[in-house]
Design a protein around this ligand. Structure first.
Ligand code: PLP
Length: 865
């Protein structure tokens, strides 16, 4: 515990004196000579919020002030947590000013705005980013130091805001950062889950355990509750059709949506956008009625069920599941967000036909698709806009991003469940479908199969609503998230729709990551080296990432290479320290660091990696000590969470942990191979891992990973990429040059045929890939703990092999061999690493958000002066 004063050993009087000397804070003295101490800093109160508390004395003053007022604590027994909270609140005051000015500017100038609806935001920590974006990091460092604390220690007190599963939620967070930094009027909307993604623990037998993530247990300095912003949201009840396609929806359950705002500061600008999160609350009137009737239990039940809506984030990534509560979450969130957007629009006093001129609403994946029938309901039932005009407005307001072509991830809702929860929305969807199918029939007369393929309703028991199709037909434009993925979309899910609407409705925006968090913050050493080398201010290249190309001319420079390597080494040692502190083991930081961190999923093929590790282990074991000395020492890191119900993915974790146990304990190979599974992968852990990698692995079966974004983070930090020809790996290769990427494996075009062969003309694995067969047999035989445990996992490879491990294993092993050879020549390796970083400019989320702004939303920057 760091504290200003340890009151156990020093008296209070001395503590006060010490604080006085540090902060220059002199309390008043009363008649008796007693100090009025501590009472909060009156000057700060009198001044109110000031635009720039940016000098060190004001900063320390404002921190002490928050200790005494917001926290109601005393400075002399403050721990790191309290110091963090007070310091964060002080930074928040500065952000709040900019946020207010930004919102005021938006209200005054009435620009067209974009709204980004995403059911997940994987924000990570905010404090460091806030200081960077405010340009106050150095001042806070000094100010906090004067109070006897270390800023780095305080930063780690913050819990990650982990309101997301993986890439989808992290992308949303990067986009908000870029929207503020690029001065675009964008707001995010999501849910304020009381529990974020579960905390992952590893049991003694190696399997994953899940514990809740009570991230709101302590004060959250970065959110603002808006008790003045509330909406009533209805579920269940009856929908009675009236005239002109309208209906009255009544009865059922009503709950309240309460807004919490999270400020999103831009880098090097005042612009501070907003992320509005909804919390569910029981509606008071409803509650009281039950209390009055003496039905206490029912009242409690109602409040429980209202609050349950935003209690927990579903821990599934790239899979659907038909839970009623999930559908409730989706409706609650989209209805509250739309009510908010419409209220704001109505204050402009324009006709509804002008809505698309003032609002673009991005549906990030199908989770917010209910916004389409909900806007129809508002316009038609409540605002009495004729159906056709309403549909016109809707289809010019929404935009849809698809994130996957995996069939198990495409959302469908059973009609009976949907009808029970949202009876009016089902009517609207049926009406939309009827009109839509009539127009298809008109364009392709008599093509009944086409009609049933394109219908919003999939026949069967029960019938299901195809949410992706609803999103496609209700949106102005549709996009995928990388070139290959967008092509695949047009050839598969969207094929009929391309034929119906024409190609121009379907585009691409390749994903990006924010270089603020994913370079400057996570890798300060590299950032400083880049600034020093480019000889331009950091603020210039961090906002225009193509400027990194200026590094190319130093790629061969031995002096620069040496500095580049030293930064990497420091980052590896930082990671090694973390591993020692958390797992209690010493890592060989001189070895190559090989990293695969991402959600555990069969399509991402952590299996291929761990089988490769086992193969490497056997190969090393078979060598003589002399031969081994020529091997390239390697430390392999894994991290990632599996959905709690995803049995096979959880088995993979168990296998990795047990392989690590055997391999790390083997004195023959210890110097050449170490394996670690780091528990509880998060944004903050990624910030440690990414800068420390020599290579990272992105090895999905071709055609299954829509884009990936961690591939971008690693390359931006000079880690080389081992990958399949999939998702954004392809575009990374195009940008940095294929000679700098270790590509392997079959191409997307081959996958379908190979799967067909595996199903109908299977070849025994011993014949197809003896090296892999040997690995599987050894696992079966109990080399890494009870072989029986792993049979279900091994059988996914032995039979069907849907993800084509047997097809890609040999070429994977060959690619890793090339990596070893390349690493031995550090001069050429460093050159590859430098060029990789230098050519990553395209993958800034600034570029991506500007693509959306120009080609989709038609919004323009509005600089807050
Ligand atoms: C970037 C990121 C992801 C996405 O990783 P992929 O390898 O692209 O799937 C997932 N989780 C966290 C914490 C991240 O930072």
């Amino acid at each position: 515990m760091t504290s200003i004063i340890d009151t156990g050993s020093i008296g209070k009087a001395r503590a006060r004196k010490h604080i006085r000397s540090l902060t220059g804070y002199f309390p008043d003295v009363d008649e008796t000579g007693k100090e009025k101490w501590p009472r909060g800093d009156e000057k700060v109160w009198k001044d109110g919020l000031r635009a720039a508390d940016d000098d060190v004395p004001s900063i320390t003053k404002s921190i002490v002030h928050h200790v005494q007022t917001s926290l109601s604590r005393q400075a002399y027994n403050l721990d790191d947590l309290g110091a963090y909270q007070a310091t964060a609140l002080s930074a928040k005051d500065n952000m709040l000013l900019n946020w207010n000015e930004t919102q005021l500017a938006y209200t005054r100038k009435q620009p067209k705005r974009a709204y980004y609806l995403c059911i997940e935001y994987l924000m990570g920590r905010t404090f460091d980013n806030a200081l960077l974006n405010l340009g106050l990091k150095d001042q806070y460092h000094e100010g906090v130091g004067k109070l006897g604390f270390n800023l780095e220690d305080l930063l780690t007190q913050e819990r990650d805001a982990a309101l997301g599963n993986g890439g989808l939620g992290r992308l949303a967070a990067c986009y908000l950062d870029s929207s503020s930094s690029q001065e675009l009027p964008v707001w995010g909307y999501s849910l304020r889950y009381k529990y974020g993604i579960f905390q992952q623990l590893i049991a003694p037998d190696g399997s994953q355990l899940e514990a809740p993530d009570p991230w709101l247990e302590h004060l959250n300095p970065f959110e603002i509750p808006r008790y003045d912003v509330q909406y009533e949201i209805r579920f269940y009840g009856q929908a009675e059709r009236t005239a002109d396609g309208r209906a009255v929806w009544s009865g059922g359950q009503e709950v309240l949506a309460l807004a919490y705002d999270v400020m999103i500061p831009g880098y090097g600008t005042k612009n501070t956008n907003n992320l509005r999160l909804w919390e569910s609350k029981p509606k008071r009137g409803f509650d009281l009625q039950s209390f009055n009737a003496g039905d206490y239990e029912r009242a409690v039940e109602a409040s429980n069920s209202a609050e349950a809506i935003t209690s927990v984030l579903y821990p599934n990534d790239n899979t659907t599941f038909g839970k009623e509560l999930r559908l409730k979450q989706q409706y609650f969130w989209t209805a509250a967000s739309l009510a908010d957007i419409i209220r704001r629009f109505k204050s402009l006093e324009k006709p509804f036909s002008a809505l698309p001129d003032y609002a673009a609403i991005q549906l990030n994946d199908t989770h917010p698709t209910l916004a389409i029938p909900e806007l129809m309901r508002i316009l038609v039932d409540e605002e009495e806009v004729p159906w056709n005009s309403a549909w016109d407005i809707v289809t010019n307001t929404f935009f849809f991003t698809n994130h996957t072509v995996l069939p198990e991830a495409l959302e469908k809702w059973p009609v009976p469940l949907f009808e029970h929860l949202l009876p009016r929305h089902l009517q609207i969807i049926y009406d939309i479908n009827m009109t839509f199918l009539q127009s298809v029939e008109k364009k392709f007369p008599g093509d009944r199969e086409r009609l049933s393929r394109m219908s919003l309703i999939e026949e069967g028991f029960p019938k299901q609503i195809r949410m992706a199709y609803l999103a496609i037909i209700g949106s102005r434009k549709v996009n995928g998230v990388a070139e290959l993925h967008s092509q695949l979309l047009k050839a598969t899910i969207c094929k009929d729709f391309v034929e119906f609407y024409g190609i121009s409705k379907f585009g691409n925006v390749t994903n990006g990551v924010t270089p603020r968090r994913w370079l400057d913050q996570c890798n300060p050493g590299l950032s400083a080296l880049i600034t020093e080398t480019l000889k331009i201010p950091k603020s210039e290249w961090l906002k225009d990432l193509k400027k990194l190309e200026g590094l190319i001319k130093y790629a061969d420079d031995p002096q620069f290479q040496k500095k580049w390597a030293a930064v990497k080494q420091t980052n590896k040692e930082r990671l090694a320290q973390y591993v020692e502190a958390t797992l209690g083991v010493k890592v060989n930081a001189k070895a190559m660091f090989d990293v695969q961190v991402k959600r555990l999923h069969e399509y991402k093929r952590q299996t291929l990696n761990i089988f490769g590790v086992i193969h490497r282990y056997f190969t090393l074991k078979a060598m003589t000590p002399e031969e081994r000395k020529k091997a390239n020492p390697r430390v392999v890191f894994f991290a990632g969470k599996a959905a709690p119900g995803y049995y096979i993915a959880k088995l993979v974790i168990r296998l990795i942990v047990n392989v690590a146990r055997v391999v790390n304990a083997d004195p023959d190979t210890k110097d050449y191979l170490e394996v670690y599974f780091l528990p509880d992968y998060s944004v903050s852990l990624a910030e440690l891992l990414v800068p420390a990698s020599n290579i990272s692995q992105h090895i999905s079966t071709a055609g299954t990973e829509a884009s990936g974004t961690s591939n971008m983070k690693f390359c931006l930090n000079g880690g080389l990429l081992v990958g399949t020809v999939d998702g954004a790996n392809i575009e990374i290769g195009e940008e940095i040059g294929e000679e700098n990427v270790f590509f392997f494996g079959h191409l997307t075009e081959a996958v379908e045929d190979l799967r067909y062969q595996h199903t109908y003309h299977p070849v025994p694995i011993e014949q197809k890939c003896p090296a892999l067969a040997h690995v599987l047999n050894e696992i079966s035989a109990g080399k890494f703990g009870d072989g029986q445990t792993y049979e279900p996992l091994l059988n996914t490879v032995r039979h069907h092999d849907h993800y084509l491990l047997t097809e890609d294993f040999q070429s994977y092993i060959d690619a890793l061999k090339l990596v070893d050879e390349a690493y031995l020549n550090q001069t050429t390796w460093l050159k590859k690493s430098i060029i990789t970083c230098a050519k990553m400019g395209k993958f800034s989320s600034d570029r991506a958000i500007l693509d959306y702004a120009e080609e989709y939303w038609s919004i323009e920057p509005l600089k807050v002066e």
